[in-house]
Write a protein of this length. Structure first.
Length: 564
């Protein structure tokens, strides 16, 4: 718990001293005076709240100092004054609130500095100005809100900079202009809403850049410089609604681009991915994208994995994937897709796996060509049995591959849809064929639709005609007026009841669960009652039963002499 001036005596040749994971709370100023050659000192994981000013003044050869996992809240400005040979300093996982300007003024040989997991809300302007040899700086999980222009200017040898999990809202445009050798930059999990123009123009050796989980609302048109070493870029979980054209064009060797979980991202320009000719994986899943420009993937010839699931697509162009000649896997599941062009995957020679499940397929004529492709490429589609029709209602729930006859939409006047089977046949015994074999003509508010022996296949219109006898006449001509406002309302009602079977299933599951809970409670109560009865029974026996041996004379039992 304590290290004093008398704890060690004449440790003249000791090079490494480890006092970590004790309960040391107090160290006197002369505790390490007897270690003239000490190279490494570990005081990690103790209970140090403060350190005396001259504690390390005799350790001129010290190269490693570990003070992490203590409860230090402040440091004397001259604490490290004599440690000019120090190369590694660990101050992480303490309670430091602020640092003095001159705290690190003499550490010209320092290479690794860890200040993470403290409570630092600001840094002095020149705190790192003497650290010309620093290669790794960790400042993550603090309370920093701003990165000033000259904070890192003298860190010309810096390779790794960790600033994630702070509260950074502002980064100056010139913050990284002098860190020419930076290879790893972590800025994720901050409060950045915007980034200044040209922020990464001069970090040309960057290999890893993380910007995810920031509330970014927009990106500047010029952001990245020539980064030939950057392989991965994460930009997920932001508030971006779009990204500028050519923004990634300087990232010529990028292999992985993650743009997922951006709930406001609903559109992309046609040249959003221009220049990424070596990109191998692109993830745009869990966004709110409704459509793509036809040329959006035109500059991605090496793309192998494309993830687009969990979006809200209105429709996809037939030539959308045509430039992706090396595409192997595409995820389109759970993306509100109701139909796809028949040739959308036709020109992808290396395609191996397509995910299409979880979409509300409309099994009408528009799906016919795609179904042909589907039948011919069943082995490429993941879980084809999960591809089921969502509409029309007559085919709802039926697997797409098992639908023999897709139905075709037709329109009466003001776009009141019904379906005509292809080829024509009677629908559930209902037929509109006239008794005379003539054309059936339906006049609807001055709009005429003629059909020859074409039975109606949509029950949504069958109920209307069956309840209006005046519309059907013996002459074979049905004439009448339909109130389109009422029809529209009825369509809305039908759409509302479209999910009724699922509601019934959910209700049955809830009721069954409730019944099982009641049954479980009853069984538990009955069991507790029986246990209570047993408890009372055994508790009533307060004294042990004692068996007494009694000797009874035989004469008392029987007067017969033969028993004697």
């Amino acid at each position: 718990m304590e290290v004093t001036d008398d704890s060690f005596q004449q440790m003249l040749i000791t090079l490494r001293l480890s006092l970590e994971s004790n309960r040391i709370s107090t160290i006197t100023p002369g505790a390490f005076h007897d270690f003239p050659l000490l190279k490494s000192l570990k005081l990690s994981n103790n209970a140090l709240r403060s350190l005396p000013s001259g504690l390390f003044h005799t350790l001129c050869d010290l190269e490693q100092l570990f003070l992490d996992r203590n409860v230090l809240s402040n440091l004397d400005p001259n604490l490290f004054e004599k440690l000019t040979n120090l190369t590694e300093l660990a101050l992480n996982r303490n309670r430091l609130i602020e640092l003095s300007d001159d705290l690190l003024a003499h550490q010209v040989n320092l290479k690794i500095l860890n200040l993470s997991r403290n409570k630092l809300s600001r840094l002095p302007k020149n705190i790192f100005s003497s650290l010309h040899q620093l290669t790794s700086l960790s400042l993550y999980e603090n309370l920093l809100t701003e990165i000033t222009p000259s904070l890192f200017h003298n860190l010309t040898e810096l390779v790794k900079l960790s600033l994630y999990s702070n509260l950074i809202e502002v980064i100056d445009k010139e913050a990284f202009y002098q860190v020419f050798n930076l290879r790893h930059l972590n800025l994720h999990k901050n409060c950045l809403q915007t980034l200044p123009d040209g922020l990464f123009l001069y970090v040309n050796k960057l290999e890893v850049l993380t910007l995810y989980e920031n509330p970014l609302t927009e990106l500047p048109y010029i952001l990245f410089g020539k980064m030939e070493s950057l392989r991965n870029l994460w930009l997920y979980n932001t508030s971006l609604s779009t990204i500028p054209n050519f923004i990634f064009s300087n990232l010529t060797n990028l292999e992985t681009l993650i743009l997922t979980r951006n709930r406001n991202l609903n559109s992309l320009p046609s040249d959003a991915f221009s220049g990424l000719r070596r990109l191998m994986e692109l993830s745009l899943r869990t966004n709110n994208i409704t459509s793509f420009p036809e040329e959006v993937f035109h500059d991605l010839p090496n793309l192998q994995i494309l993830s687009l699931y969990n979006n809200n697509f209105d429709g996809l162009s037939e030539d959308l994937f045509k430039p992706l000649i090396n595409l192997e896997t595409v995820y389109l599941n759970n993306s509100k897709i109701s139909t796809l062009p028949g040739n959308i995957f036709k020109f992808i020679p290396k395609l191996q796996r397509v995910y299409l499940d979880g979409n509300p397929w409309m099994c009408d004529c528009k799906l016919q060509e795609f179904k042909v492709w589907l039948v011919q490429n069943v082995e490429k589609v993941y879980n084809t049995t999960s591809l089921v029709c969502h509409s029309p209602s007559t085919l709802a729930g039926m697997p797409v591959l098992k639908v023999d006859e897709l139905v075709c939409p037709n329109t009466i006047a003001n776009k009141v849809d019904y379906y005509v089977s292809t080829p024509a046949n009677s629908w559930h015994g209902f037929t509109s064929k006239s008794t005379t074999g003539e054309k059936v003509k339906l006049t609807v508010t001055d709009h005429v639709v003629s059909q020859t022996d074409a039975p109606m296949t949509d029950p949504s219109l069958a109920w209307h005609y069956s309840t209006n006898p005046s519309l059907l006449k013996n002459t074979g001509t049905a004439t009448g007026n339909i109130n389109f406002s009422n029809a529209s309302q009825k369509c809305q009602v039908r759409r509302g009841f479209r999910y009724l079977p699922y509601c019934k299933i959910i209700l049955c599951v809830v009721l069954f669960n409730l019944a099982m809970q009641i049954f479980y409670i009853l069984v538990t109560c009955l069991t507790l009652l029986e246990i209570r009865k047993l408890y009372k029974y055994f508790r009533s026996i307060s004294e042990p039963v004692v068996l007494i041996r009694m000797l009874i004379p035989l004469s008392a039992l029987s007067p017969d002499p033969k028993y004697y």
